[in-house]
Ligand binder design. Structure first.
Ligand code: C5P
Length: 225
């Protein structure tokens, strides 16, 4: 079975997909992590991100794998753990350029379908229900108010770091601008833009607990099982 969860940046897809995967004992496929890995690997090896050919060539010969360590899914680029590096504001800034290249998407699409060929998967991204797995048994389009998404992203990245409210507010404003810019690029690209599948179930998580959202998705899974 495939559960497809699509939605804009910071809508809670990863958190929800992790919980659902744990509850149902499914494997998790974080497709955003794959695009982030391509962007990070290219940028850190000096490839010009405007050079579509060079970026595509690197994407085609890059091996991206996942492994769970202490309950947390890590991402590896040619065997090197890049989980931390792909989650920086710098990678946030460059990833949408790389993910708009059609042949980069083709390369990752092959890996994504291969990953799901032999197992039950919760896949999250932007085009899972529309392009990667249009046959998915359950499709969810997860949204939340942009400011709430920015606030969650800031708190998630701060972890235990203590800041005063003024500093947090400034970070939320900056993150909000980044998120809106990335959503705009992801929604308006020519290939596989961020879009809800016609048969997707829409969930706005702005004022719902994570558990309530998971319960809803698990109920949808039950209906089709
Ligand atoms: O979900 P996450 O924020 O990690 O995704 C990072 C970026 O990867 C997105 O902003 C988008 O440009 C790209 N992406 C995509 N298609 C997907 C998943 C992510 O284009 N299925």
């Amino acid at each position: 079975m495939i559960i497809a969860i699509d939605g804009p940046a910071g809508s809670g897809k990863s958190t929800i997909a992790n919980l659902i995967a744990d509850r149902l004992k499914f494997d998790k496929l974080d497709t955003g992590a794959m695009y982030r890995t391509v962007a990070f690997v290219c940028a850190s090896s000096g490839i010009d991100l405007d050079d579509e050919k060079a970026v595509t060539a690197r994407a085609n010969d890059l091996t991206i794998t996942f492994d769970t360590i202490d309950g947390v899914q890590h991402v590896f680029a040619d065997g090197k753990d890049v989980s931390r590096e792909i989650r920086t504001p710098e990678t946030d800034r460059i990833v949408s350029k790389v993910s708009a290249y059609p042949d980069v998407r083709k390369a990752l699409l092959r890996c994504q379908r291969h990953f799901a060929a032999t197992r039950n998967v919760v896949a999250e991204g932007r085009d899972i229900g529309t392009v990667v797995f249009p046959q998915a048994e359950v499709k969810v389009f997860l949204t939340a108010d942009p400011r709430e998404r920015a606030r969650r992203r800031v708190l998630q990245r701060l972890g235990d770091t203590q800041l005063d409210q003024t500093e947090i507010d400034a970070l939320v404003e900056k993150t909000l601008a980044d998120i809106e810019r990335r959503d705009d690029l992801d929604s308006h690209r020519a290939v596989a833009p961020l879009r809800a599948a016609d048969d997707a179930y829409h969930i706005d998580s702005s004022s719902q607990s994570i558990e309530a959202v998971c319960d809803k998705i698990c109920a949808l899974v039950k209906q089709v099982s």
